[in-house]
Design a protein. Sequence first.
Length: 113
Amino acid sequence: MHEMAIAEGILDIVLDYAARNQATKVTKIQLLLGEMSGVETDALQFCFEALSKKTLAEGTNLTLHRVPLMGHCKDCDATTQIERYRFLCPHCDSANLEIVSGRELQVEFLEVE
Ligand SMILES: [Zn+2]
């Protein structure tokens, strides 16, 4: 399962950070999650909870910060939010769009004790 692998990756980062900071508990994790990262948030939460049992991250407060899908038009220089995966510039109808955000999948913020 896709989300299980992602949750494992996140847990690795978190536990590594906790170990380097001699933490005894991970209290908060915030993830940056792009709209286009293709992650099921419920599944990710569930996998993370299951994997983090009996680790420093057990029972941590995991929040997801969703990043909208934004495109920059190379023809008219407008930056707009892309709705419903319609990859056309709403200003000039150009398909010459560059994705500037929405693919993120990373730990944004960590709090340990
Ligand atoms: Zn445009």
